[in-house]
Design a protein around this ligand. Structure first.
Ligand code: 5RP
Length: 229
């Protein structure tokens, strides 16, 4: 029997599907990571089957495998790319449209693809909204394996820190690093925090995306709302 979709899953799908209308007729598309972005990738696969010409840059192994399964042509991994539109999810979206990402531990690749894209569209359901970042979500940090305990010690001055686990083991990212999650509480200046965190040796990347969303599509009970930078 087909699995029934929860209301939240339905909302994620609605937001992701709405993003398809923002794609050019053909071009290079950035594929985000996570349960919302997955619906968008499904949609790109359908457009390819209808004859649209896209190539894609996936932001994780998970999205790469999904794209390959759907027959979506992939751009070479080394870049550089001129991506027309990137569509990705987020864990928290502030009133100022800053983001916390990295719930799927893909934030380093996601940030690289975001910076290589002319237009970044973020797709979320309305549970992801909060006035200030840090109210609902911790800041994910990709940390180099080497000396990670020393890096963690330095990070503890910023807030409570926990190393992310998966199946009882330390989670390893697609790039072979660890992820730590930093509980900061409400963040008044995300850009400043991002700069200070990235200044620490051993911090590969943070999940703070400051002013990197051109458009946010939010699925609400009344339909999908568009917010622009
Ligand atoms: C992965 C991410 C995801 O976009 C974020 O975690 C949202 O995921 P979902 O759509 O499953 O709620 O940043 O690193």
């Amino acid at each position: 029997m087909p699995r029934l979709m929860s209301a939240q899953e339905e909302a994620k799908k609605n937001a992701a599907r709405a993003a398809l209308a923002y794609l050019p007729e053909s071009g290079i598309v950035g594929l985000g990571t996570g349960s919302t972005a997955k619906h968008f990738i499904d949609g790109v696969g359908e457009l390819i089957k209808e004859g649209r010409k896209f190539s894609a840059v996936p932001t994780s192994e998970q999205s790469r495998i999904q794209a390959l399964d759907l027959g979506i042509p992939l751009a070479p991994v080394d870049g550089p790319w001129e991506i027309d539109v990137c569509v990705d999810g987020a864990d928290e979206v502030s009133d100022a449209l800053d983001l916390i990402k990295g719930g799927g531990a893909a934030h380093t690749r996601e940030k690289i693809v975001n910076y290589a894209s002319r237009c970044n569209i973020i797709v979320v359901d309305d549970s992801k909204l909060s006035p200030q970042l840090g109210e609902k979500w911790k800041v994910p940090l990709e940390i180099l394996h080497f000396a990670h305990r020393a890096t963690a010690e330095a990070l503890r001055t910023f807030g409570e820190l926990s190393q992310r686990q998966k199946n009882g083991q330390a989670l390893i990212t697609d790039s072979g690093n660890y992820v730590y999650d930093l509980a900061t509480g409400p963040i008044t200046d995300p850009r400043e925090l991002d700069t200070r965190l990235r200044a620490l040796p051993g911090v590969v990347e943070t999940g703070l995306f400051c002013q990197r969303a051109d458009i946010v599509l939010i699925a609400t009970q009344e339909g999908v709302i568009e917010k622009k930078k």
